[in-house]
Ligand binder design. Sequence first.
Ligand code: ADP
Ligand code: MG
Length: 293
Amino acid sequence: MSNNNTPLSTQIERNLRDLAMLERATFRKPETTRIIAVANQKGGVGKTTSTVNLAAGLAVGGLSVLVVDADAQGNASSALGVEHPAGTPSTYDVIIGGARMEDVVQPCPDIDGILVCPATIDLSGAEIELVDVSEREYRLSVALREYVATHREIDIVLIDCPPSLGLVTLNVMVAANEVVIPIQAEYYALEGLSQLWRTVERIGADLNPGLQVSGMLLTMADKRTRLSEEVESEVRSHFPEHTFETVIPRSVRISEAPSYGQTVITYDGKNVGAIAYRKAALELSQRIPSDAR
Ligand code: ADP
Ligand code: MG
């Protein structure tokens, strides 16, 4: 390799350094299971991508992870290689049908340490069906708490939310201890964020004491553009304590991976996006909210 400092060689050196750091790093095992909602009512900001890749990063780091797919699209289930045709026992059956999570979860075939509670298109009816169900805000919470009480080996539960603040997202936020908010480094990134923040505060004050935002993750950043930098510094100045140090870059490999039923970490582990998600997962493992229960 030539030793002139082209940006490419700098990037390659940085990747190798990061990979070596990640191999040595200690992912912190929490004392009790952390239940984390990955939420943002905006679509296309990287919720699903962050859920599956953070899960992969945590699992590669040695933690045991349950991914609950709470979006009727089922994209998180697909990306983790779990089939989810209509009728598959799923999050819908847990929330609406009173199924036990135990009877619904499936192992991710490619990554040791990840279990998946899949979503099917059935979940698209849940918003309306929930209206008439008793204890409608607590359905997922009750099922999940029963599950983690008997599966203490699960270190972290990540729940992929749909792009709305409806009853399914409410169920997720009532079930969770923490919320991670992916923010696309784009125009209008902060739009809707104060509503989301207030929703978390209201649920934390009322239905689920202690719920809090544990992190904001900038996604799809393009380091070459001023806009990405501006959005990043704006988010950091609004939420200095909450913003992940790691920023997820835009990378074609990240968007290709799901079509192979893969995370970018299994699909192309040396890719900058794979490395970034592993770094973000390390941060998440160490970023335990101050008064977490
Ligand atoms: P959400 O779940 O919030 O709707 P997704 O995770 O599905 O968002 O992401 C929206 C789209 O952007 C998907 O097609 C996904 O593959 C793509 N995407 C997400 N993150 C990245 C990234 N860092 N680089 C490139 N494409 C990305
Ligand atoms: Mg999604």
